[in-house]
Write a protein of this length. Structure first.
Length: 237
């Protein structure tokens, strides 16, 4: 019995264009097996060249990144306030907002991104918001390896906040930010988040920051944040 499959006799079998061309081409002799057959093809070509993979052009590459492994040990202890974790919360593309969560107090800040999610659209808004934080609370920022943070060096230069990036596909390394899951009550996945003004987001953050938290013995993140801001530890930069 012939083990080959006859395309013409089996209606349920499909062959790609590349498969048809390859079946008529002898790779060792680098020419068509039968030019009489290849001339019947729609293009009439003797062979089909495979598509070349697109070479990286450098766009979206995060240069000079600092890995999370180099982050100061004090960040892990949560004893010193002013260390933040951040990410984008996506809505209907290309809309998003930036989220910032302070590790010690769990204080949340939300940043409007009215222009989009590309690095050049995110960098100025994120920078402006970080500069607006009290100086004692600008110690470090930990972020994911998304393309929106390509401008991390410019952000650090403007804010004096070193930015540390998680390992690829390791969101658990900024778990404080990931666990701010109440945001979806206010920011649905299918919503165009560009319609939220900064004032709207400030109101949402204020509501979140004044909810008592069990981890703080039922004090709110806003209370804990204020205590650290006024303490000697927070002021010792």
């Amino acid at each position: 019995m012939n083990s080959g499959i006859s395309i013409g006799l089996c209606a349920d079998v499909w062959a790609s264009v590349s498969t048809i061309y390859l079946s008529l081409f002898d790779p060792q002799r680098r020419k068509a097996i039968d030019r009489g057959l290849t001339r019947r093809l729609r293009t009439g070509r003797a062979m089909r060249h495979p598509k070349r993979a697109r070479r990286p052009d450098g766009r979206g590459v995060i240069k000079d990144l600092v890995p999370i492994s180099e982050r100061p040990d004090e960040v892990e202890t949560r004893m010193v306030a002013g260390h933040w974790e951040g990410d984008l919360v996506m809505g209907s593309r290309p809309s998003a907002i930036a989220t910032l969560v302070e590790r010690t107090s769990r204080f949340t800040a939300l940043v409007a991104l009215p222009e989009g999610i590309k690095a050049e659209q995110v960098t100025p808004y994120l920078t402006r918001h970080l500069i607006g934080l009290p100086a004692p609370m600008r110690r470090t920022l930990t972020w994911d390896r998304g393309r929106e943070i390509v401008g991390h060096k410019a952000i650090t230069a403007a804010t004096n906040m070193p930015i540390y990036l998680c390992k690829p596909r390791s969101p658990w390394q900024r778990g404080t930010n990931e666990n701010t899951n109440l945001l979806r009550q206010y920011l649905p996945k299918n919503a165009d988040l560009r319609r939220f003004r900064q004032a709207d987001l400030d109101a949402i953050a204020d509501e979140l920051n004044h909810r008592p938290r069990k981890i703080h013995r039922y004090r709110s993140p806003a209370e804990v944040y204020a205590d650290h801001l006024s303490s000697g530890d927070a002021l010792s930069l």
